[in-house]
Design a protein around this ligand. Structure first.
Ligand code: HQG
Length: 182
């Protein structure tokens, strides 16, 4: 299996489904590295070196080890309720959210909600948002008035790998960017 496919499998384990390899996460989202390696190795060839390579080279820097490399966790993206000790931070003026056109009608009614994840995921740049949107078919990008939300008391967090997170984005802070405005 390619490194990137294995990385996606690790994302599934560390964000959504540790039971897929019979392990558990602690309250801060940490998995035991030995257990993770043994669990994956039951299903495909896998060792410490491969894990270290994936953590170092993953294109979105999705994972972190603790200091002595006995524990590993995903930096963000969880659906299981863990506290990864996110840094609360004042956001830039504008943040972006890319999604599928097919969700537009629903979003325009209720604003952005986290669906299965713990947070709504936002990016500091339009290009990243557009890429995220394309995962859901024909994409659209929303611009979020993050500075105003923050002023109004909404909390923002910046994950270790640079993803901005917030619990919900009410409609009044959302603007839709058409292709022409890109
Ligand atoms: C949409 C990837 C209907 C929302 C990416 C999104 C990201 C609504 C979808 C990270 C809605 C959930 C997260 C509403 C929100 N009505 N649809 N009211 N509110 N939605 O996959 O943001 O490769 O959970 O727009 O790079 O697409 O996994 O979230 O389209 O950072 O590391 O509901 O996942 O990173 O989809 O992606 P997702 P997302 P990784």
């Amino acid at each position: 299996m390619s490194l990137s496919r294995t990385s996606k499998f690790i994302a599934l384990i560390l964000r959504h489904k540790p039971e897929a390899i019979g392990i558990t996460l602690d309250e801060h989202g940490w998995a035991n590295v030995d257990e993770l390696i043994k669990g994956i190795a039951k299903q495909q060839p896998f060792d410490t070196e491969t894990l270290e390579e994936i953590v170092a080279t993953d294109e979105k820097q999705r994972y972190s080890f603790n200091e002595d490399k006995t524990l590993i966790r995903a930096n963000q993206g969880h659906s299981i309720p863990v506290d990864v000790e996110l840094e609360e931070k004042a956001p830039p003026e504008i943040l972006y959210h890319g999604t599928g056109v097919k969700f537009k009608a629903s979003i325009d009614e209720t604003g952005l909600i986290p669906k299965t994840r713990l947070y709504v995921h936002l990016s500091a740049d339009k290009e990243t948002a557009l890429k995220v949107g394309k995962r859901h078919g024909s994409p659209i990008v929303y611009a979020i008035n993050a500075a105003r939300m923050h002023k109004d008391g909404y909390k923002f967090y910046l994950s270790e790998n640079g993803v901005w997170l917030t619990e919900t984005v009410p409609m009044r802070y959302l603007g839709y960017i058409t292709k022409d405005e890109e």
